[in-house]
Design a protein. Sequence first.
Length: 585
Amino acid sequence: MAATQFAADTPLLVTGLVATAGIFSTWRLLIYGIAFLLMAYVFSPLWRRARVLTDAELTEIRYSGRGVLPLRVLKAVYYGTVINCVVLAMVLVAAVRIAEVFLPWHEWLPGAIYLPLQNAIQAIGITLTSASSGLDPAVATTNNLLSVVLILAFTALYSTTGGLRSVVTTDIMQFSLAMVGTIAYAVIVIRAVGGFGGLGERYAVIVIRAVGGFGGLGERLTTLYGGETVDRLLSFTPSAQDALIPFLVVVGLQWLFQMNSDGTGYLAQRSMGCATDRDARIAGVTFAWLQILLRSLPWLIIAVGLLALYPLPSGAEGREALAGAREILFVTGIDDLLPIGIRGVMLTGLLAALASTIDTHLNWGASYWSNDIYKRLVAHQWMRREPGNRELVLVARCSNVLIILIALTIMANLGSIQTAWFISLLFGAGMGAVLVLRWVWERINLYSELMAIAVSLVVAPILLVTTDQEWIRLAVMAAVSTAAAVIVTWFTPATEAGTRQSFYERVRPPGFWTNTARELGEPRGAPLMKLRRGLASTALTGVSLYLLLYGVGTLLLPAARPSALWSVLAIIGGIALVPVWRKRL
């Protein structure tokens, strides 16, 4: 899970966010820890007990009615191809920015091989360049396309031949390598700006904690931007200049109103792959800590260090142009700052992060095409036969080619990773509430999900055209989609009692299942008590996680704070809560 989320595009996204809106804006990513912990304590065991291969398959064991199969197929296409390819495209944009700096195929390949490739690509009319290398666009496009195709081919090779086991096994090594490279990069960036204050690298970690931050880094930033701007950019908490209400609306809604709010997608796939319910819970909690604490802190240090080494332009630039320019600096810094050897480790770490995301999305997308579209719709519904395993594997492998081609097409039209991420969030915001409600409220039916999807597809384009205020977009989308889904729920037929009872006995969901529990002879309050325990465990672990993140982060970085005392108290509080939530885990 952590390896997949450590995508090559995410550190670039963080670098762009810090440069355009400050560390405070990265809470838009950090807040997902709540969703990850909620998945761990509440939803992961439910996915396991559902015994399905994809989240789309859950539709047929959760709902009843003639529209169940169309909904399953619709979700398979929507998640497995549309959403999947948009995310892959963002990852491939990062791949292009990495490849353009480090993979100069025009220097490596003989002209007899390279020139025909360049001419063929020019004839197609594709332009694929980040303009970071100064190369001729035709050369840069050829280099980038060759790099992306080779990376995709290599990753698809082991993903399609080894399946989920190969993806999980390689992801472990890839995540470890990516973290080693990232930590080395963070240390070297701080060295480059004199962040250790000349006190000796041998005792760097002790000194950082003793003096309350990277002294040289803070001084350099203050010289460049002034104290007030630095305090705003580097603060973990809102400053007077921040539009607090809009930001709180975004952060407060984003973790819940998103397409993976209950783990839907590859997180559910990994939960289903766990051996026991306990393993699924531990996996989710471990993922949250790796994702929010271990992974995020080095990225923040790098992003802040790059602000000192590559000052922000003084001229007025559009947000998308500035974000794109700052995102590429994460890669430029590797080339400029890292010595030979460490540079290779970091480059390999980025390629590993890239591969660990691509392999998951290819494997996940293929599962929809083989299990939900071909097996359930084509073979069972249309051909009335049971497909063989070889047949299903062949369909999965062929679907990977389709997914790759669509993702490449989308990638060629993306301006910045940040912009694409914002748009994908908007389309996903209409789904989050109903995905959670289907587990915790027995009255939710298939029409609820259909309405949520329809509202997302209709309202999102309207909001993109009518307003550029993202908090308004997210709030309107969340309110309209949730209201529409709940209203439709009350005015459409409920799920049949037999289907509802079968689902309850199979999954044992928590929440508002009082009628079903009574029908099966169980205490009416038992499911609700189960939900309360899950929410309490989520809250305790979340407080512990975010206290440690704030405490360590504000000690490491020269953020605006009255005293390091608050950082130390946050760390003590976060550690003190660990034994409490570990018992619940």
